[in-house]
Design a protein around this ligand. Structure first.
Ligand code: TYD
Length: 210
């Protein structure tokens, strides 16, 4: 399918503010008249629902079965949401994408580079990856204290330290690392700085978002 839109993935460990930042960026872009789709993984589809059931019982599947579930969920997400929106020239902002699989399933023993290669067989490479960075302790604090949530089986502190280490090692010209420790407004300003050139180049080239 021809890709005319723009795909921006937000990545980082839990509690780095991905969801807040996506909503803030989406608001600005919509005000500019762009057609924006916000979406997330795990999805609410058949595989995403199975993944959520693992939150309290991750050991009920093997690491291979777990990886397969995330890949199936993403295949469905790309086919049903991401690829059609890109074909229509829309801006797609996704809360997690295959870099999360590289980092989280990588922390569970899979080779992160092989995970990325397996994803890129079917998932479009994002135009930009906004990698929100914050110490694991801050992420955990935000999830537990501010959101009032308990940590699920994917979010235990030692596991998250390994996840953060893999996120930190990922390389790619499309990856922008942003300090996620500030307040939402400060982080949003950094996000805007990073996406500005990409948006300008994209609008100059196709004008399809206007
Ligand atoms: P999260 O963003 O917390 O989703 P929600 O709050 O909507 O349930 O993601 C849930 C967990 O899933 C998170 O701890 C990271 C994990 N995860 C993976 O292990 N691999 C993946 O490929 C993705 C997308 C998420």
């Amino acid at each position: 399918m021809e890709k005319k839109g723009l795909l921006i993935a937000f990545e980082g460990i839990d509690g780095t503010g991905k969801t807040t930042q996506i909503e803030m960026l989406a608001g600005v872009l919509r005000q500019r008249g762009l057609r924006v789709v916000t979406t997330r993984e795990p999805t609410d589809g058949q595989y995403g629902r199975k993944i959520r059931q693992l939150y309290k019982n991750r050991k009920s599947v093997t690491p291979e079965e777990e990886l397969a579930l995330f890949l199936d969920d993403r295949r469905e997400h790309v086919a049903q949401v991401i690829a059609p929106a890109l074909a229509l020239g829309q801006v797609v902002l996704t809360d997690r994408y295959y870099y999360s699989t590289a980092a989280y399933q990588g922390a569970a023993g899979h080779d992160p580079q092989k995970v990325i290669a397996a994803n890129e067989l079917f998932a479009p490479v994002p135009d930009m990856v906004i990698m929100l960075e914050a110490p694991v302790s801050l992420g955990v604090h935000r999830v537990q204290k501010l959101r009032g949530d308990t940590l699920n089986d994917f979010e235990q502190e030692e596991t998250l330290a390994r996840v953060a280490g893999i996120f930190a090692d990922l390389k790619g010209a499309n990856i922008r690392r942003i300090d996620g420790t500030g307040d939402a407004g400060a982080v949003h300003a950094l996000v805007m700085e990073n996406v500005a050139d990409l948006l300008r180049a994209w609008q100059d080239n196709c004008g399809c978002g206007l």
